[in-house]
Design a protein around this ligand. Structure first.
Ligand SMILES: Nc1nc2c(ncn2[C@@H]2O[C@H](COP(=O)(O)OP(=O)(O)OP(=O)(O)O)[C@@H](O)[C@H]2O)c(=O)[nH]1
Ligand SMILES: [Mg+2]
Length: 443
């Protein structure tokens, strides 16, 4: 993905990055080349102009030209701008808690990938512990319902459908009642492909939206269409008000024009990207990682930066001392979870380490278990967290209830923690293991 844009931009920035000194003219020349590369990548012309102007401002300032490594500073400036134009922060789905029903409405042009994406998303949410229901509300294309049912079966998610139905609004209403009855907390509605100019279908979409009252109204757009995807997003947003976009076929998009233009033109975040035809090929969209990919810097840079941001050295030293003396408490353990959270998911961290990409998948790491463990510790009183030995059977029962887990799970955590403490004490006596363990803990 993004090969062409990346090849161009990394070539341009590489020319400057190694230099001990650069002039304002060097920066201007490089930016002229970047401008051409962005236009070739089908980035919206307004976005290109804004990008170049702002980068020029930042890059010709004293801080860059007079710095110790101006070339690298320049690359950093370009990188920061790319991150900004890609949308800054990762924007996740905003769904209600597990006890309340959430609805996700997927819409878009014909063939953009709605049905496939609905199944991919259902798979992902199910793995996160939600109970999804797919709703076959595309009543226009004859084979659409069968397609969703096949995909639903593949990911093990129920599909609500009504043979012979003709009114998608009514069908959605029935589907919501079905979800309610069967305690399914996440309803994903697949709609039929629309042409923007098709007034009737657009009106129907507005009615579906009013009935579904979605938490997320996501446009599914083909990233290969570049700027056209941005125009589509604008049109749909005006009609039904979008909460975000999923860019599909990102695997085949070598240019990146849609990804780079979308946020600044429409203000809508890209929440996920589709990166293949298989049902696991859906990835959260991380602007910083995409920017490093575009500049060919590898994700190592962002890993290092993130690690520096989140890990305070004093904190690490204090932690080490605690480990050695086995005064490491559940409170410290909890802090580790929160540290991992700050850095993104465990999976995303492993993904950034060279050689680890794709080797460890969601299936290997039990983020759900992590969430459960966190919930358990949060249900303890501070005194209990500081001294887990006082947690006898009645307290275990209370904690299980409070955290929505079972006594068995509480027992398991406490056993694991006790074992970990012992191991830490042993390990901290040995310098080599010590650093290994610290790095495992994110220190
Ligand atoms: N390479 C690649 N192909 C994708 C991706 N997402 C969807 N596709 C393919 O795009 C084609 C269309 O996907 P659908 O999910 O049927 O699209 P749709 O928007 O539901 O289509 P209509 O219901 O006809 O409007 C299928 O062949 C998918 O396999 C992706 O992220 N990458
Ligand atoms: Mg479809």
């Amino acid at each position: 993905m993004l090969e062409r844009l990346s090849e161009k931009l990394s070539q341009i920035t590489r020319q400057l990055s190694g230099r001990a000194s650069i002039s304002e003219k060097n920066v201007q020349d490089a930016l002229e080349e970047i401008k051409i590369a962005l236009l070739e990548a089908d980035v919206h012309v307004r976005v290109v102009r804004r990008f170049i102007n702002r980068t020029l401002e930042d890059a010709t300032g004293e801080a860059v030209l007079k710095s110790v490594s101006p070339g690298q500073q320049f690359v950093k400036v370009v990188y920061d701008r790319l991150v900004q134009f890609l949308g800054d922060e990762r924007s996740d789905l905003e769904l209600k808690g597990p006890d309340t029903r959430s609805v996700i409405l997927l819409l878009g042009l014909q063939g953009s990938g709605k049905t496939t994406t609905a199944a991919k998303l259902a798979r992902r949410l199910q793995k996160e512990g939600r109970r999804p229901l797919l709703v076959a509300a595309d009543l226009v294309r004859p084979a659409a319902v069968d397609q969703l049912m096949t995909l639903g079966a593949q990911v093990g998610v129920d599909v609500y459908h009504e043979p012979g139905a003709t009114d998608p609004v009514k069908l959605v209403k029935n589907a919501l009642a079905h979800a309610q009855r069967n305690v399914m907390n996440t309803v994903l509605v697949d709609t039929s492909g629309r042409m923007q100019i098709d007034d009737q279908l657009m009106k129907e979409l507005i009615r579906i939206r009013a009935t579904a009252e979605p938490d997320e109204t996501l446009l599914v757009a083909d990233s290969m269409t570049g700027q056209a995807a941005v125009d589509v997003a604008k049109a749909f947003d005006e009609a039904v008000s979008l909460s975000g976009v999923i860019l599909t076929k990102f695997d085949s998009d070598t240019r990146g024009g849609a990804a780079l233009s979308l946020k600044s033109i429409t203000r809508k975040p890209i929440k996920f990207v589709g990166v293949g035809e298989k049902l696991e090929d859906l990835e959260p969209f991380y602007p910083d990682r995409i920017a490093s990919r575009i500049l060919g810097m590898g994700d190592v840079v962002s890993l290092v930066e993130k690690a520096q941001e989140t890990i305070d050295e004093d904190e690490a030293v204090a932690l080490q001392a605690k480990m050695a003396s086995a005064t490491f408490t559940l409170e410290d353990y909890l802090a580790q979870f929160q540290r991992v959270r700050k850095m993104g998911s465990l999976e995303s961290i492993l993904d950034m380490i060279p050689g680890m990409q794709g080797k460890i998948t969601e299936d290997d790491i039990d983020e759900r278990e992590m969430k459960h463990e966190e919930a358990i510790i949060l249900s303890m009183t501070p005194t209990e967290r500081r001294n887990h030995r006082i947690i006898g059977p009645p307290r275990r029962k209370r904690i299980a209830r409070g955290s929505g887990t079972s006594v068995h799970e509480v027992n398991k955590l406490l056993k694991k923690f006790e074992k970990m403490r012992l191991m830490m004490k042993k390990v901290t006596k040995n310098k080599k293991y010590q650093s290994q363990l610290m790095s495992q803990l994110g220190g």
